[in-house]
Design a protein around this ligand. Structure first.
Ligand code: SAM
Length: 438
């Protein structure tokens, strides 16, 4: 009989091990795991990886009670397999005995036959006593909220009223949200086609072109996807192109453009002939902007360059509109990227804030008098959002903040903050700045 060379659980453990050690994102480890498995297993692989990371700090707290001593770093894949096992027993509808057997088999496939007895024992002990172990795990904030302690404390500091709601929202997977291309169709017409194709979809509460799917699906099966009628984009991110209003003849800079979600939306809404320069420092990510724009059939000038070094790429012609979707902690999108719980450290936040302030100053120097700059992040920390804008306004008398719609999240200093889960959106911050004409 042919022995299987790998399994979904073994591949999930391989993909998770570097993520749990804070060394790689799931986006970088998942492709190898997907490639090792037949496509029928891809859904389960993703459910296991995302679910285990989402509940990870709680599962870890349970595991620590079950292990006599922590596993060494060299056994990271076995550690990941144990968390996967606990996750399946606790959160998935996998019968306990199957979760144990499959995990033991995965550990064997990972080349660790001598640890199968320990894994078997740990998972059986969990299955026998799960209620007590989970109760004990939730005595600690990290176990209770399934977030690292520093993140809980920072959120509590910035959002003392809302932080438990934020933590709960981060632990719920976000919906698959689409943006309908108003150049090609209407939201109603697309919804009718989706219904006819048996896809359950509803208009999102806001903004105007957002559609929520009842369940995630392959983009290629979406009506009109290859023709650019529809794109995948969270509703919060769709606000950018509504807030930065482009008029005929304007020159627009999308200053941190890749992978191009907002570039495409800006172009969908902008008058014909609008000149858009999509800049990004990362060449590989910029290639994705090209793919996205090709699918949408919309043109932009793509430039690989550092926003903070405009002398390397700028032609000295100021921009009338600038979108600065700054690199950030991603703390507003943890529900979509639960690996952020493992990849971010408290010390990242001041470093990111310094970078954001530098990029804002660089972008501002490219803005024409009377022009507007939209600052955006998918962070929910004040240090990356309102404090950046407040400090900038204090230093730049030629800058003022413009009022944003009251329906958009809540006022937060000179901008507005959407918290994760609000109207089923990702967490996002926006501030719109105007440069005086003089
Ligand atoms: C939040 S992402 C942008 C997402 C994009 N706007 C979208 O909607 O698809 C931030 C981007 O900033 C880019 N970036 C970071 N530092 C940069 C710099 N100094 N100059 C230009 N781009 C930069 C990163 O490569 C990354 O693609």
């Amino acid at each position: 009989m042919n022995r299987p060379r790998t399994s979904v659980r073994a591949e999930a453990a391989r993909a998770l091990a570097p993520v749990l050690q804070g060394q790689a994102s799931l986006n970088t480890t998942l492709p190898a795991a997907l490639a090792a498995l037949p496509s029928r297993d891809h859904g389960l692989l993703q459910a296991l990886c995302y679910g285990t990371l989402r509940h990870g700090p709680r599962l870890q707290s349970v595991l620590e009670q079950l292990l006599k001593r922590p596993l060494p770093a060299s056994e990271a894949p076995v550690h990941a397999a144990l968390l996967l096992g606990i996750y399946q027993i606790n959160e998935m509808r996998v019968p306990d005995h199957a979760a144990v057997t499959e995990t033991v088999q995965a550990v064997r496939l990972l080349g660790r036959p001598r640890l199968t007895g320990m894994v078997n024992g740990v998972l059986r002990n969990f299955s026998r006593d799960s209620k007590t172990l989970l109760n004990r795990a939730t005595q600690d904030p990290a176990g209770e909220h399934a977030h690292p302690r520093w993140l809980i404390e920072s959120l509590q500091q910035d959002w003392p009223q809302e932080y438990t709601q934020i933590l709960a929202a981060n632990n719920q997977p976000g919906p698959m949200t689409l943006r309908i291309n108003g150049r090609r169709t209407t939201r109603e017409a697309w919804l009718t086609r989706a219904r006819e194709a048996g896809i359950e979809a509803t208009p999102a509460q806001s903004p105007d072109m957002a559609v929520k799917l009842a369940s995630a699906m392959d983009v290629n099966a979406l009506p009109g996807f290859t023709e650019g009628e529809v794109s995948v984009q969270d509703a919060a991110a769709q606000w950018a192109a509504l807030l930065l209003v482009v008029e005929p003849g304007m020159r627009v800079l999308d200053a941190c453009a890749a992978p191009g979600g907002k570039t495409g939306h800006l172009l969908e809404r902008a008058p014909d002939g609008t000149e858009v320069l999509a800049l990004d420092a990362d060449a590989a990510r910029l290639a994705r902007v090209e793919d996205n724009l090709q699918r949408l059939g919309l043109p932009a000038q793509l430039t690989c360059g550092d926003l903070a070094q405009p002398q390397d790429w700028w032609d000295d012609r100021p921009f009338d509109r600038i979108l600065l979707d700054a690199p950030c902690s991603g703390t507003g999108v943890i529900r979509r990227h639960p690996d952020i719980k493992y990849l971010r450290r408290a010390s990242d936040i001041p470093a990111l804030a310094a970078r954001q302030a530098e990029l804002l100053a660089a972008a501002w120097s490219l803005l024409a008098p009377g022009g507007q700059l939209l600052y955006a992040t998918c962070s929910i920390f004040h240090a990356e959002n309102r404090e950046i804008i407040e400090a900038f306004l204090a230093e730049h008398s030629e800058a003022s903040s413009l009022t944003l719609p009251e329906t958009l999240g809540q006022a937060c200093g000179p901008g507005r903050q959407i918290l994760p889960g609000e109207q089923d959106m990702d967490g996002f911050f926006y501030a719109l700045l105007r440069r005086s004409s003089a």
